[in-house]
Design a binder for this molecule. Structure first.
Ligand code: SAM
Length: 216
């Protein structure tokens, strides 16, 4: 995602800093500290590559009883999500500005119920496939923080990435459920929340692929 550098980014980030996750002195994220007002047994969802945040904000409105961590590596993008979220005062939504590759090291083990990967970068060249967030080394690393029985919900318009990812999920022992090559015409359409990329691509006539992969 290419964006022009935002003006006054540091000042703007400072204004929304209450929504940003701080690691503790050991460099870890402790959920009870991130969501002090929320019951420790409440579900925890994680989104990697949240972009401008519309999916995260809609999800947390729909499920105020669940805790939600939204991760995005580009500050110029996530500032838009943060400024939208701060207006809505959501106690169950917090953001981390970071590359996803560090998550297995900084999240509590077996703490995440659902991981959302929406329209991740497709990295079309074969020599870049290792960078795909559904490449097997990533899928293996997610097992560290997923709860047993936890799941990954993955959406993309890119059929090549989707087919590749199905094989990667299988190779890593995930059980695939609810696979569709046309989400918006499927039985799962009613419960679907569209992301920014999803709106954009579906308006251009692209079909949206989705699967749920369970870690047992
Ligand atoms: C194609 S955009 C999709 C944004 C949003 N999920 C949507 O569907 O509208 C991919 C987003 O993932 C972020 N991203 C890509 N790789 C990442 C990584 N390793 N860690 C964190 N964020 C990442 C990018 O910066 C970008 O904002």
């Amino acid at each position: 995602m290419r964006l022009r550098k935002k003006k006054n980014l540091d000042e703007r980030l400072e204004l929304v800093s209450s929504l940003l996750i701080n690691k503790n002195e050991n460099g870890k994220i402790i959920l009870s500290e991130v969501f002090p007002g929320m019951p420790s047994e409440s579900q925890v969802d994680l989104e990697i590559g949240c972009g401008k945040g519309s999916f995260a904000i809609a999800k947390t409105a729909l499920h105020p009883e669940r805790r939600y961590l939204a991760v995005e590596k580009i500050s110029d993008v996530v500032i838009i999500a943060l400024e939208k979220a701060v207006e809505e005062h959501k106690p169950n939504l917090r953001f981390l500005i970071s590359d996803a590759s560090v998550l297995p090291e900084i999240l509590e083990a077996k703490s995440i119920d659902t991981l959302f990967i929406n329209f991740c970068d497709p990295w079309p060249k074969a020599r870049h496939h290792k960078r795909r967030l559904t490449y097997r080394s990533f899928l293996e690393s997610y097992k560290k923080f997923l709860k047993p029985g936890g799941k990954i919900e993955f959406k993309t318009d890119n059929r090549d990435l989707f087919d590749f990812s199905v094989e990667e999920f299988k190779a890593c022992g995930y059980k695939i459920e609810n696979l569709t090559y046309d989400l918006h015409s499927s039985e799962f359409a009613n419960e679907n929340i569209m992301t920014e990329y999803e709106k954009n691509f579906s308006e251009k006539g692209f079909k949206i692929n989705k699967l749920v992969a369970r870690f047992e």
